[in-house]
Design a protein around this ligand. Structure first.
Ligand SMILES: Cc1cc2nc3c(=O)[nH]c(=O)nc-3n(C[C@H](O)[C@H](O)[C@H](O)COP(=O)(O)O)c2cc1C
Length: 188
């Protein structure tokens, strides 16, 4: 394997490879709000279930709604949802309803959260714990339900072919993924 010649650069170059989700929340008047959040990861308390880790900066409506209700949906963004994500992420709910694009919204199957009809993979989540770091709040969320595209045939969480989900990956720019390379153990 080749040795990469690297150079040191200032920390503002820090970059994370981020999965793109649109977070659905309930407004105070019971209407729905959606905004992209890509600071999303996972952890495990023990047992088979995961906590979804979702981090939000500032005072955006999405964050206020999660702080107030303790509920959110995380709707995985596939490439065909890119225009919607870009639209929702460049408007603040405090400036008015984000109704410049038409998109289908349903209610969660288990939790009272708004979900996007276009998403192929949806988590319905309840906040278990939150941690403040300066202007950001990180929510550790119990996944109460997963909705997956009926066309996906997955045995378990390690058997999901991302090329079928076609997720958008964010780094400051939008990307898509290309190739299924194999499973753990295939290369050792
Ligand atoms: C691609 C993309 C990714 C984003 N990721 C995050 C994020 O991880 N955390 C965050 O606090 N804001 C993030 N934002 C910003 C919010 O989506 C943006 O502030 C949005 O307008 C908030 O909408 P709201 O007022 O409906 O809550 C992202 C925006 C875009 C376009």
């Amino acid at each position: 394997m080749r040795t990469v010649r690297r150079k040191s650069v200032p920390p503002h170059f820090s970059m994370c490879v981020q999965p793109a989700f649109i977070i659905g929340t309930n407004n105070e008047d019971s209407s729905s709000n959606f905004a992209p959040i890509t600071w999303v990861s996972a952890t495990n308390e023990g047992g088979d279930d995961y906590l979804l880790v979702v981090s939000m900066f500032g005072t955006k409506r999405t964050k206020q709604n999660v702080l107030r209700t303790g509920l959110l949906s995380a709707n995985l963004v596939s490439r065909d949802m890119l225009e919607l994500m870009d639209y929702l992420g460049t408007r603040h709910a405090r400036d008015g309803k984000k109704d410049g694009l038409t998109y289908g919204v349903s209610r969660g199957a288990v939790l009272d959260v708004p979900v996007l009809d276009a998403s192929r993979w949806v988590y319905e989540c309840e906040v278990a714990q939150s941690v403040e770091t300066g202007a950001s709040t990180t929510f550790f969320c119990r996944i109460r339900n997963v909705q997956m595209d009926e066309g996906l045939a997955c045995e378990d969480a390690f058997d999901v072919d991302l090329t079928r989900l076609d997720p958008v990956i964010y780094s400051g720019m939008y990307h898509s993924i290309g190739t299924l390379l194999g499973k753990i153990g295939d290369f050792s």
